[in-house]
Design a protein around this ligand. Sequence first.
Ligand code: CO
Length: 140
Amino acid sequence: MLGPVNHIAIAVPDLAAAIALYERLGADVSAPQDLPEHGVTVVFIRLPNTKIELLHPLGERSPIAAFLAKNPSGGIHHVCFEVADIGDAGRTLAESGVRVLGSGEPAIGAHGLPVLFAHPKDFGGALMEFEQAATPAPRP
Ligand code: CO
């Protein structure tokens, strides 16, 4: 079920400083994107094999603000795997005893694609995101 790592998300307290660092290292850095419905500003660091997604709080009820309150220097927030079919992924997770966060149904994520998040307690303490690949594999 697991496809490539689509991105590794890192919450950062100082977005401008993080952008400056990746630019100094010669990375391909996107412009910041505000996603008010998710309470985040995101910046993508495009690497040859995957992306780093920098997350910074946006607005008063940002889930990233709570994360940074616990991790003031920032930290790895989640890892995102691509999956061919988000519905199949949700069923496989449930059958594997993994709790899916929220309603348990896929929601539209920060990249406009359907996603699920798994409970960190069921995944070695790490928050895992599953995102339907942009071009789904043909159904057999
Ligand atoms: Co993500």
